[in-house]
Design a protein around this ligand. Structure first.
Ligand SMILES: *Cc1c(COP(=O)(O)O)cnc(C)c1O
Length: 371
């Protein structure tokens, strides 16, 4: 297969899904795939055996979940479009609004379609440092209704409430956030049928405290007599895929050894620049940890299209294939064709060891979104 390509490991995805299914079994909670992180729908039939449905951020993801995954379709959007809401109300089961205005405007349509209606609450409890763009509880955030903005006369309209405040966190952060939610909104929690605790739970990470998560879910379930939902994205495909890329050229600038790859941070893994973070590279070390250190970058014209500095036991050569780890999440959903970059192919490492090429892309995919 031609590089670059994403190779997603079916066995690892299944193992993650089994861990999530065990949390559902223990607690009676329902876990949804947040498609924002991972929308490789060729894997949905397998995931459907374990998870209860999907979470969407708008019409398109809702349609994809509805068509390809099945089960429950939940949607949250910071604001719905008037020209799309009717279709959302037809296919979604749970529709969550961001503000009292949106609730008042659209809940009657949702109810007329017999759908469940929820409001996203903002517990104003920041539990993460460093990743400011991933903190919906930061002052001035546009996500979720704060206590000050929440008019209690709306409570009878609500079937459920939603919150999403975490990012790659353990269950201690959830515990802290649920306590803040209860402190501000316990009257609302007592009045609804379901509570969706959002995503950002790194449940499938080896050091994740699942027993604590189970206790928190049971506490919410029993105290308020509600159905609890979780909608992780990352946890479903954590460490379950790689990105294969080839070295195209080797250059030097002021003593810095540089390898130009056929993959791009800006186009194929934009979180490397946005978040930012340094993705793992299989077999490589920190800069200067091993004998040969290289800066790895993409072929685009963006100066900052750099993935990071890595060291190797042997010098790199043109034509070497490198493997970036943990590349199933927030990658293929974010790729773009800036600079006319080719989109990586999508492949699956099946449980029987076969590599199935699911999809390749070409010039037409670049041209078709321009005019
Ligand atoms: C992003 C998001 C998720 C999934 O978050 P992960 O960090 O991938 O687990 C779930 N729900 C909502 C509302 C989100 O915005």
């Amino acid at each position: 297969m031609k590089t670059p390509y994403f190779l997603v490991d079916e066995k690892k995805v299944r193992e993650n899904a089994q861990i999530l299914a065990s949390v559902m079994e223990k607690t009676g909670c329902r876990i949804l795939l947040a498609q924002k992180a991972f929308s490789m729908f060729s894997m949905y039939p397998m995931l459907r055996k374990y998870l209860a449905g999907t979470a969407a951020s708008g019409l398109y993801e809702a349609k994809l979940g509805h068509e390809e995954f099945g089960g429950e379709t939940h949607v949250f959007s910071a604001a719905y479009r008037p020209d799309e809401f009717e279709e959302i109300a037809e296919i979604a089961d749970h529709i969550v609004f961001n503000s009292p205005n949106q609730l008042l405007k659209y809940a009657p349509i949702a109810k007329a379609h017999g759908k469940q209606v929820g409001l996203r609450l903002n517990p104003e409890c920041s539990t993460q440092e460093g990743h400011e763009i991933y903190d919906p509880c930061a002052p001035g955030s546009r996500l979720g209704t704060t206590n000050a903005q929440f008019d209690r006369s709306l409570v009878p309209m609500l079937d459920g409430v939603h919150m999403h405040t975490l990012c790659e966190q353990n269950s201690d952060a959830l515990e802290q956030t649920v306590a803040a939610l209860e402190e501000k909104f316990s009257d609302v929690l007592h009045a609804v049928k379901w509570v969706n605790l959002g995503g950002g739970h790194h449940i499938t990470r080896p050091d994740y405290d699942i027993d604590r998560l189970v206790r928190i879910i049971e506490h919410v379930r029993d105290t308020y007599d509600v159905q609890v939902y979780l909608e992780p994205g990352e946890a479903v495909v954590l460490n379950a895929g790689v990105l294969k890329t080839t070295v195209l050229d080797l250059i030097e600038n002021n003593g810095v050894q540089i390898a130009i790859l056929d993959t791009s941070a800006a186009c194929h893994m934009p979180d490397v620049i946005e978040m930012p973070y340094r993705p793992p590279l299989i077999g490589a070390g920190e800069p200067n940890e091993k004998k040969y250190t290289y800066r790895l970058g993409g072929p685009t014209c963006l100066s900052g299209d750099v993935i990071g500095d890595y060291s190797f036991d042997a010098p790199l050569s043109v034509g070497d294939v490198l493997t970036f780890g943990d590349m199933a999440l927030y990658t293929m959903v974010k790729t773009n064709t800036f600079n006319g970059m080719m989109l990586p192919s999508i492949a699956m490492l099946k449980e029987d060891g076969e590599i199935a090429c699911i999809k390749t892309f070409g010039y037409e995919d670049f041209k078709n979104r321009l005019s």
